[in-house]
Design a binder for this molecule. Structure first.
Ligand SMILES: Cc1cc2nc3c(=O)[nH]c(=O)nc-3n(C[C@H](O)[C@H](O)[C@H](O)COP(=O)(O)O)c2cc1C
Length: 189
């Protein structure tokens, strides 16, 4: 059975390198053959700042954008979050998109492709791990970490090194394994 992989582009600012990096992740995931890919560009999704009156845990959504986002995330089996490091954390757009929902994330595997300066976005991943764990997501072990990734963007396209390509394949394998293991514990679908 095909695993539905959602790839989320965590940065939304003009000129972001997150888009070409996520484009590489998408291209590799589609070539892998084991996934049906849903590519989410948060700039396109354009969620407002969290504007629901009720705690997402209650699942009493009042806004069409929340219902639509909830249905899309509920349909996913596994996630790769492509995240920059901003001020030693992850992007606010990604935090907002996570905060909108609750049970849709629960007991689903998550991997990260992080990037930033010398730390390769790892401080962002530490913060992101705390938030995704709070939502009941299960972090895989492999993590693509790209230091100074802008140097790997050529004519708007991300050019991966061998090591990061191998780590990304490892992420795919872990996500496939874990998504099956976790299915009985999910709170939806
Ligand atoms: C607001 C802001 C804060 C940043 N803070 C950090 C940081 O704490 N650590 C780091 O390694 N890079 C930091 N950077 C550099 C970014 O990781 C780098 O610019 C990256 O390209 C941002 O991703 P984006 O182009 O997809 O938005 C920061 C960049 C911005 C715009």
């Amino acid at each position: 059975m095909t695993t539905r992989l959602m790839i989320i582009v965590g940065s939304v600012r003009p000129g972001r390198i997150g888009l070409p990096i996520a484009g590489w992740v998408r291209e590799r995931a589609e070539a892998h053959g084991g996934f049906e890919v849903d590519f989410v560009d948060l700039a396109e999704l354009n969620l407002p700042f969290m504007d629901e009156p009720n705690h997402p845990m209650l699942h009493q959504y009042t806004k069409p954008h929340t219902v639509a986002w909830g249905e899309r995330v509920a349909a996913a089996d596994a996630f790769i979050l492509v995240t920059p490091e901003y001020n030693h954390s992850f992007s606010p757009a990604l935090k907002n998109a996570l905060d909108f929902l609750n049970k849709e994330w629960w007991r689903k595997p998550v991997g990260f492709v992080s990037y930033g300066g010398v730390s390769g976005g790892t401080r962002g991943v530490v913060a992101l791990t705390t938030s995704t764990s709070g939502l009941g997501m299960v972090k895989i072990g492999a993590n693509v970490e790209l230091a100074f990734a802008r140097a790997q963007i050529v004519d708007g396209v991300f050019v991966p090194g061998e090591k990061e390509s191998a780590i990304l394949e490892k992420e795919f394998g872990e996500l496939l394994d874990l998504s099956e293991v976790l299915k009985p514990s999910r709170l939806n679908g």
